[in-house]
Design a protein around this ligand. Structure first.
Ligand SMILES: [Cu+2]
Length: 159
């Protein structure tokens, strides 16, 4: 049920020109999922693993299923877990950046419909490249049950 990864072709590849340090990062999206909701629930979270080929940052996200979409961070504040909005999430070259229920996540608010398990939700991620240019990645996230998913399945490959 996992979806194939999405890659943005670089301009360098498209034009056939080899650049020593391409400014456009290829960002791979692994295992995107959205937590299911009840009929009355108006917020939920979207989670995934991002791996960028070059230094970049996730600066915004959008979805037709939600009126407001923000990048959030969950962190301990004394003895309480709190979340707050962050301007951006750094994607250092080659590093796996996890968005999960205990850390960074994409907060979907003002939901326009119930998130039903097994359905798919489109998300658009806005990435800022090292040179300041923006690129967008279309992601299709699978809605899980209300209990969600504990960890990214891509971390648990055994052969
Ligand atoms: Cu949040």
């Amino acid at each position: 049920m996992s979806q194939s990864s999405l890659w943005i072709p670089t301009l360098a590849l498209a034009s056939g020109i080899l650049l020593a340090a391409p400014s456009w990062a290829d960002v791979k999206v692994d295992g995107p999922w959205v937590r299911g909701t009840t009929a009355s629930q108006k917020t939920t979270g979207a989670f995934m693993t991002l791996i960028s080929s070059g230094d970049a940052a996730l600066v915004a996200a959008a979805s037709p299923a939600a009126g407001v979409v923000e990048i959030h961070e969950m962190r301990m504040d004394g003895s309480a877990m709190r979340m707050r909005q962050v301007d951006e999430l750094a994607l250092p070259a080659g590093k796996r950046v996890e968005l999960n229920p205990g850390g960074y996540h994409i907060m979907m608010m003002d939901l326009r419909q119930q998130m039903r398990a097994g359905t798919k939700v489109p998300l658009l991620l806005k990435i800022r490249n090292r040179d300041g240019t923006l690129s967008e990645i279309a992601v299709t996230a699978e809605v899980t049950s209300l209990a969600g998913r504990k960890s990214a399945p891509s971390n648990q490959h055994h052969h």
